[in-house]
Design a protein around this ligand. Sequence first.
Ligand SMILES: [Mg+2]
Length: 190
Amino acid sequence: MHVRAVIFDLDDTLFPQRRILGELAASLGIGGCPNSLRELHAGLGDQAPPLAALRRQLLARLRPDPQRNERLADLACCIPVAIATNGGPGQREKIRRLGLAGVIRQVFVSGELGARKPDPAFFAPVLAWANLPACHCLFVGDDPVCDIAGAQRAGLRTAWIDSGDRAPPSPAPDLAAATIEDLLPLIEPC
Ligand SMILES: [Mg+2]
């Protein structure tokens, strides 16, 4: 698909956060695959360390993926590329630890913008940065509501990272793939 700018969600789009949370949960003696750090914290019950300590443990498990980062760098050489994520300052630390800070320089974090996906107020500064009609911009994300429905409402085209355990977005996204590695070849910068 031909697009002129690409905006990526971060968690479970550019890296497999839920898989890493599952590994962290196992190392702490509980099963299952938490969807978020807060869910992991709640799952640990009375044994739970402070949330900030769990966040540090999650960050310590993040590593650059040289192949993925190289392919993202190739894309960023051709067209404007950004990250747009819900969360707080910890999201920028994740980006650094994943080796993405030098690859994708434009980052939008909801805690800094004062609006969260799927609120259209989150997407407005993203589109202002792209300085393109929304229909030429592709939003890539894993969350059917926050990422796909939110970006669709703002007029962007959408690509869904389908982990296989969520109901498909409706209306359907323009593209879908199981992983970011599978998705990147489908994006044709123009
Ligand atoms: Mg996500």
